[in-house]
Design a protein around this ligand. Structure first.
Ligand code: 5GP
Ligand code: MG
Length: 188
């Protein structure tokens, strides 16, 4: 696994430091919500490690509900279609009075968070905020406003700290890029 790594983009120490900052902001913002539940909605599977680290720094009474999305790559990255995987989703029927925080690993085109937001809006939450570990700098990103962004990164394919390539590499503690031959081997 180590030999597949091209370079470390964001180290485990940088991640930990930045998550502590973001956690402080989230705590301040949500501490004011005295009415209704605070409900975190992590998007599976990529956000699991981020969420595990983040929530332990949030001294807030909260619920956690899960949603799973699969993206099916089309001929170009812009034509990806996002679908809800019902079997791995446990959203309540109603989110009335809930202050929701959607959490994802990476904002790329914005399709995933856009879909999740529209699904959650149908459940009438009191408010919705969004949080991502990474946001890609690419021209065709939907104009999705994100409330909490840990890192802006260049438009490169990254893995580690929960992010996968073909479901591998999620356990790498740093956020890294892979050697082109590792990615090409699969596309050949
Ligand atoms: P979007 O819907 O914003 O285009 O894409 C978000 C999803 O695409 C993420 O949740 C993630 O699963 C996947 N994704 C986008 N860019 C990357 C990347 O650089 N690395 C990995 N591992 N997944 C990515
Ligand atoms: Mg994902």
């Amino acid at each position: 696994m180590q030999q597949d790594i091209k370079r470390i983009l964001i180290s485990r120490d940088q991640i930990a430091q930045r998550i502590a900052e973001i956690a402080e902001q989230i705590t301040l913002d949500f501490a004011n919500e005295t009415s209704g539940d605070i409900t975190l909605v992590p998007i599976l599977t990529g956000s699991i490690i981020f969420v595990a680290d983040l929530i332990r720094l949030l001294p807030i009474k909260m619920l956690i509900r899960l949603i799973s999305i699969s993206s099916y790559p089309g001929s170009t990255t812009t034509s990806k279609v996002a679908l809800i995987r019902e079997e791995l989703t446990n959203l309540p029927n109603s989110l009335e009075n809930a202050h929701v925080l959607i959490i994802d690993d990476i904002l790329d085109s914005g399709q995933t968070i856009d879909l999740v937001t529209s699904v959650l809006l149908t459940k009438n939450p009191a408010s919705i905020k969004t949080c991502v570990l990474l946001r890609k700098d690419r021209p065709n990103t939907l104009n999705m406003p994100i409330d909490y962004v840990c890192f802006d990164i260049p438009d490169e394919f990254v893995v580690g700290y929960g992010l996968d390539y073909n479901d591998y590499y999620r356990n790498l503690p740093d956020i890294v890029t892979l050697h082109p031959q590792v990615l090409q081997a699969d596309n050949a």
